[in-house]
Write a protein that binds this ligand. Sequence first.
Ligand code: NAG
Ligand code: NAG
Length: 130
Amino acid sequence: MGSKQSLLLVFLSFLMLGFVSSHHLSNEGLELHGSSSGRSLQQDQTCPEVENMNYTVLTSQCKGPNYTQERCCEPMKQLLCPIAAKFNDLSSPCGRIFFCNVDYLGNYPPRLFAGLCKEGKKGLDCRKYI
Ligand SMILES: *[C@@H]1O[C@H](CO)[C@@H](O)[C@H](O)[C@H]1NC(C)=O
Ligand SMILES: *[C@@H]1O[C@H](CO)[C@@H](O)[C@H](O)[C@H]1NC(C)=O
């Protein structure tokens, strides 16, 4: 029956979501996306999640010359953790677009976030933000 099939589909997509979602922001993602400021974006790539994001929480706290983990990394996690799965997917443009927007809005030095925000082998812990 149709309804059984769609239930199965819903169930399967939950499984897949669970599989790719993450409680961490990966170090690879941060290195790759967060250290390439100025690299141009391919125009056909979009990421609605980060395009409609309110960056104020980050740009209002993370200000130079005194960049700290507390004031830069925590708000960064607050914004990125809800889309951690996409961020960790290196084939998704979301991470790149995020840092492109953030660097533009905050006029941050290159590699600020990749250099500053380090927690451990697994990456940045998101459990507080999901
Ligand atoms: C973004 O968030 C700030 C507070 O963090 C709020 O003052 C501002 O109105 C928000 N902007 C938009 C466009 O929602
Ligand atoms: C930067 O922040 C640290 C810790 O909050 C503080 O000890 C230091 O004085 C600050 N430096 C400047 C230049 O504001």
